[in-house]
Design a protein around this ligand. Structure first.
Ligand code: ADP
Ligand code: MG
Length: 722
């Protein structure tokens, strides 16, 4: 059966697990050991002691840990769990889990389910195969996981198995962070400290805690699983390394927000049901711009929880897609020629009184506070645009950033007309026009309520203020949002400190001091503000004149992660030590190299063992057809056009062979280069260029060769048949 016939004939019927009339609110969070579950399952004294630990930061004693572990185990077994695991986020970008059964044996040899406080609180996985970026050799091979009490334990069902997952940090014997969660938690601490300090300076005595909030909008592609398994490139590298662009892509703009196909609708329903069980507030779903591209956005949550939830969400999409015989592609650019996928990271700060600190207020005092946090964020982005750019540097994002669909590699901040005007007026400190003049005279008391609905939108901006939050749009779809968030929190914490210090230094009148400081800061950092079209050539030239960094390819940007400036910043806020920061840089650089190395190897495999043989078979068929026809028709035959086709096919096949040999040689040479930086540069430029050259030849061949013998699913099939 032809591949497409098989896909068309596949059974797509799908039976929902849950009765349709059960409202979501009834089962939301049922697979999490949430505060509510704990309150039900734990003796009151134990529950209170645990609350002390999570909310008031006290240390967890063993007795409490034992009681919690017991209750957690009973609850998990009731849910079908046979094992538990410390679920953590190593520097691979994915999550890790090592399962241990609850089963143990008594002295008499009788089996019994056991789970102790010690097992709950700490684990000791063999860390030797996780990337450490050099930390391990400097310190010790052993790694420890420790329960992160601020994120609830949850149940994971996969196939017929069930496991209790305990969100954990992952650290080395000497306490170095080997994961993404530890620095995130430290950055959450840092921003809390700095924000509270600034609030006090501004006269705010109410807030007792400030935390970052995150809403990550996840984009992804779905294709039929049957096509996916036929493509080594999708399977091994996550993207189509070749394939001719179909005559129709996204030109007609008919997919964006289009009606969701039945098969996809069932899949989404199933995903969301799983997410709701896990207490993940999936809110919005829709078709995205490219054919077969979709988006799922949850409601925003506290940053640590939102990061864990995004990991679980991606994992859930993956598992559920398999169940529906679909394959998900989280890669930033699975198909050339159509939009790639990002993960817009909505970020804000909230206090424990329920206030969003990036929401313009209704009183003069609130408005000033809002402006200080706004300017602090702009300031942070201006001074650390290089680090922010580096957090999204990856081999996948290289195809996306700077293409005509995603922000360029230049970081600028969009504020909208109204807010820009207000900042301009503050900077000038003069009455420039009627309305805004009034605002200044009255101590900004008339700052209008900016709601999401009346802030203008600029889809091209990499860092846009959208009414009551910032949206960092450069993050890649496959990426963990943990590190970008860690960096955002840290750079803003630094700016908050600077502003607090400057305001305090200016003396008694806080309001005047604040306005004076804002005025100076706006003047110093306004170069980063840009309201125009970020995709335009003019902006690139203008940004260059302004001296804004523009590192287009990841290998150029990654070293900014480990610059002296970055080390000072992260050490000052106790988010990452110099060793920890440099290890992250090395892991990312290595990963960049390896990913392109895998792509190059995969491309060679496909071209040599699948595509060129198919092309040669067709070449032979054409050649013998020409010979036979010439014999049959004699001199009457007019075979020049066919001979031209044959000749151009033979030419393409020949030059592809030459290019493949060249690619192999280039890879070999680049692999032998001394430093990681050189290897990354080699892979990011010469290897990628040769790969592109091969692709353009092979894509031409694809359009000439008999479809019956072409071994790979075409792009039009993958993107349009479901
Ligand atoms: P858009 O127009 O960008 O799609 P949405 O209102 O759909 O805007 O919001 C996108 C995401 O932003 C959602 O995940 C939403 O929960 C999140 N979001 C809204 N408010 C905040 C906030 N204060 N902090 C962080 N994220 C937020
Ligand atoms: Mg958005």
């Amino acid at each position: 059966m032809k591949r497409t016939d098989k896909v068309i004939a596949a059974d797509r019927s799908y039976v929902a697990e849950r009765e349709k009339n059960v409202p979501i609110s009834q089962y939301f969070g049922e697979d999490t050991f949430s505060a509510k579950t704990m309150q039900e399952k734990l003796p009151a004294a134990v529950f209170n002691r645990l609350q002390d630990t999570t909310i008031r930061g006290k240390k967890l004693d063993l007795e409490t840990a034992n009681a919690v572990a017991h209750a957690m185990k009973e609850w998990a077994i009731e849910k079908g769990a046979t094992h538990y695991c410390h679920w953590f986020q190593p520097m691979t970008g994915a999550t890790a889990e090592k399962h241990d059964a609850f089963i143990e044996f008594t002295d008499e040899g009788a089996p019994i389910e056991r789970f102790s406080g010690k097992q709950l609180v700490q684990g000791e996985p063999d860390a030797s195969s996780f990337p450490s970026g050099g930390i391990r050799s400097t310190f010790e091979a052993r790694g420890y996981t420790a329960w992160d009490i601020s994120s609830p334990a949850f149940i994971l069902h996969r196939g017929i198995g069930t496991v209790l997952c305990i969100p954990s940090v992952f650290i080395s014997y000497s306490g170095e962070a080997l994961d993404k969660k530890t620095p995130l938690l430290r950055s959450i601490e840092a921003i809390n400290t700095s924000a509270l300090n600034l609030l006090r300076v501004l006269g705010n005595r109410k807030a007792r805690k400030v935390y970052a909030t995150l809403g990550p909008e996840q984009e992804y592609f779905l294709i039929d699983q049957d096509y996916f398994y036929k493509r080594q490139d999708l399977l091994l590298s996550g993207r189509a390394l070749l394939g001719a662009a179909p005559p129709k892509g996204q030109e007609l703009e008919d997919h964006y927000f289009g009606s969701i196909k039945e098969r996809i609708f069932s899949f989404m329903h199933d995903v969301e049901e799983e997410l709701y069980k896990l207490g993940i507030p999936a809110k919005t779903r829709h078709n995205e711009v490219a054919p077969s591209q979709y988006e799922l956005a949850p409601l925003f949550e506290e940053a640590n929880l939102a990061v864990d939830h995004n990991h679980i969400l991606m994992e859930t999409i993956r598992t559920v897609s398999t169940k529906h015989k679909l394959a998900v592609l989280f890669h930033e650019k699975p198909f050339a020629g159509i939009s790639g996928s990002g993960k817009h990271l909505n970020w804000s700060l909230a206090d424990d009184q329920g206030n969003n600190l990036l929401n313009p207020g209704t009183t003069p005092q609130d408005n000033i506070q809002f402006l200080v946090f706004l300017v602090a964020t702009i300031r942070a982005v201006f001074y650390h645009a290089d680090i922010l750019r580096a957090t999204v540097a990856s081999s996948g994002n290289d195809h996306r950033l700077g293409a005509n669909e995603a922000p360029p590699a230049i970081i600028s901040v969009f504020l909208g007309e109204q807010l820009s005007g207000i900042l301009e007026d503050i900077e000038k400190g003069v009455t420039t026009n009627g309305t805004n003049g009034v605002i200044i005279d009255m101590g900004i008391s008339k700052l209008p309520l900016l709601s999401k609905d009346n802030t203008d939108r600029n889809r091209t901006s990499p860092f846009a203020f959208t009414g009551n939050k910032f949206e960092f749009r450069m993050v890649g779809s496959s990426q963990s949002i943990s590190f970008p968030t860690t960096v955002l929190n840290t750079i803003v914490a630094e700016s908050l400190d600077v502003l607090a210090k400057k305001i305090s230094a200016k003396g008694e009148n806080t309001r005047q001091a604040t306005l004076d400081v804002l005025k100076e800061e706006i003047k110093a950092v306004k170069k980063v503000l840009f309201m125009g079209d970020n995709y335009s050539k003019e902006w690139e030239a203008e940004a260059d004149r302004r001296g804004l960094p523009n590192k287009k390819i990841s290998y150029q940007s990654l070293p900014d992660l480990a610059s002296d400036k970055a080390v000072t910043l992260f050490e000052k806020h106790k988010v990452l030590s110099s060793v920890e920061l440099k290890s992250r840089y090395h892991v990312r650089l290595e990963r960049y190299v390896k990913e392109i190395d895998i792509e190059a190897g995969t491309l060679c495999n496909i071209v040599e063992s699948q595509l060129l043989p198919a092309a040669i078979r067709y070449q032979k068929e054409l050649a013998s057809s020409i010979t036979i026809t010439a014999q049959a028709l004699g001199s009457a035959a007019s075979l020049e056009p066919q001979k031209a086709v044959l000749s151009s096919l033979a030419g393409l096949i020949g030059s592809t062979y030459v290019l493949v040999a060249e690619l192999k040689k280039t890879v070999e040479h680049v692999e032998s280069l001394g430093s990681g930086e050189e290897r990354a540069a080699g892979f990011g430029s010469r290897v990628r260029e040769t790969m592109n050259a091969i692709r353009s030849k092979v894509d031409e061949i694809e359009l000439m060769v008999d479809d019956e013998i072409w071994p790979l699913p075409h792009h039009w099939e993958m993107l349009f048949i479901k």
